[in-house]
Ligand binder design. Structure first.
Ligand code: GLU
Length: 271
């Protein structure tokens, strides 16, 4: 059955861009007699706030959206991510990275040509008793899977995870990274179609690689254009862009707003 999801991180209030994305994912499932799920991506314990979860639920309900299963919270699924990490570790694809942010910034701006990705400083650093994150040995991972493709709006895309280097899969302060958790959960929840903003297009290369390594089902992707303000700037990045909560508090009608987004905003998000 067609299954989509909306997966916000409760690190702040939702705005119009989130509303458009949630409506697209919701309608994609509803138009096909499928399921729409809500997942709260709260693995980042330092930035996630429970009060934002309550607001997200109120916002989506105000927009007239409904979901078909109890809300899934990533913070309650850490054992799943740990198991996936164990598998990757057993394959010899993870290494400990002890670098601080400052060290990484310095290594990436080295005089012999600045690099855009982590230069692999700790790839052979071994084991020592110090705070560390876990990085994917990208070259080894890609060698193991061979070439991969995924589908965006039905068109084949050649996966290019190498461009992002040895990405972090478990952080010093969080037991899993976004990449790992989202990949594990989309598969576990039976998500068939990932409808999300184009800002996550590049991340999909990593997700596709993790699916291949962990033998997970590959959903179809539908990355949509991001809503922009009159000046062309992304709404998500605009300072002072009105939040859904503020519109709700001002007495706006959520169903009418959803109808407007469907008619104008989300139509332009479909490609
Ligand atoms: N939690 C992510 C965010 O709020 C979105 C995850 C996804 O849709 O894959 O940006």
């Amino acid at each position: 059955m067609v299954t989509t999801r909306f997966a916000p991180s409760p690190t702040g209030r939702l705005h119009l861009g989130h509303a458009a994305s949630a409506i697209l994912a919701h309608d994609y499932a509803r138009e096909r007699g499928g399921r729409f799920l809500l997942r709260i991506e709260d693995i980042d314990g330092t930035r996630s706030r429970p009060e934002h979860v309550a607001t997200i639920v109120e916002d989506l309900t105000w927009l007239g959206l409904t979901w078909d299963a109890p809300i899934v919270f990533q913070s309650q699924r850490l054992d799943r991510y740990a198991a996936a990490l164990d598998r990757l570790r057993e394959m010899g694809l993870l290494y400990r990275c002890y670098c601080t942010r400052a060290e990484i910034a310095e290594a990436m701006s080295a005089p012999h040509g600045a690099v855009a990705v982590y230069p692999g400083t700790c790839r052979h650093a071994g084991e020592r008793d110090a705070p560390h994150c876990w990085r994917l040995d990208m070259a080894a991972a890609v060698a193991r899977t061979g070439p991969l493709t995924w589908r965006d709006h039905g068109r084949a895309v050649v996966a290019d995870p190498q461009a992002q280097g040895d990405v972090v899969l478990a952080r010093k302060d969080a037991p899993a990274s976004y990449h790992l958790a989202v990949t594990v959960d989309d598969a576990a929840q039976g998500v068939t179609d990932v409808v999300r903003g184009r800002d996550l297009f590049e991340a999909t290369h990593i997700h596709r690689l993790l699916q291949a390594l962990l033998d997970l089902r590959v959903p179809d992707y539908h990355h949509h254009a991001l809503l922009t303000g009159p000046d062309g700037e992304r709404l998500a990045k605009r300072h002072g862009a009105p939040t859904l909560a503020a519109m709700r508090a001002a007495g706006e009608d959520g169903a009418a707003l959803a109808a407007r987004l469907r008619a104008i905003g989300t139509a332009s998000c479909r490609t």
